[in-house]
Design a protein around this ligand. Structure first.
Ligand SMILES: [Fe+2]
Ligand SMILES: [Fe+2]
Length: 164
């Protein structure tokens, strides 16, 4: 085990919305896990599994943000979604190259992923917070139910209380 994490979670990564912060933390964890695996020269199967998880969770996270943006008529939706699509595309190439043995996951690549994630959160993601908060307040609902309605896979436990 090395004690060094590629990305340390810091307050300046918070967008001010707990549920989204927790998704970002999960992404940071997976990126750190991949970096650790590179450092430890783990085998192909381990790398593949982490890459698959990174790809899957990235898609879930982007889908969450994009649905919130549409619901709250976020004006920068198109450009934001474009940057999401670019990363999804990049991840697809990384996985394909890795699968076919054309390219390994390197420290340089990890640095690219880190920079992308940190910059995207600090610049693009933080810009939607005022819009989401405004939309939430005017929707006249308690924050909890507001988020549960929009984000069912993040709140399965609580929402099961309702009997059908
Ligand atoms: Fe985003
Ligand atoms: Fe994000």
């Amino acid at each position: 085990m090395t004690g060094h994490k590629l990305i340390e979670w810091q307050d300046d990564l918070s967008v001010g919305i707990d549920e989204i912060d927790s998704q970002h933390k999960t992404l940071v964890d997976i990126v750190n896990e991949l970096h650790q695996a590179v450092a430890e020269r783990r085998g192909k199967e381990v790398m593949q599994e982490i890459l698959d998880r990174l790809d899957e969770y990235t898609r879930i996270h982007f889908a969450t943000e994009e649905s919130l943006m549409r619901i709250f008529h976020y004006p920068a939706y198109e450009t934001h979604k474009e940057t999401h699509d670019q990363l999804i595309d990049q991840l697809r190439h990384i996985r394909k190259d890795f699968e076919e043995g054309h390219g390994g996951v390197t420290f340089e690549l990890m640095q690219v992923l880190k920079n992308w994630l940190v910059k995207h959160i600090q610049h693009s993601d933080k810009e939607y917070t005022p819009y989401f908060m405004q939309g939430k307040l005017s929707s006249n609902e308690a924050p909890k139910s507001w988020f549960e309605r929009l984000w069912p896979w993040g709140a399965r436990k609580e929402s099961r209380e309702t009997t059908e």
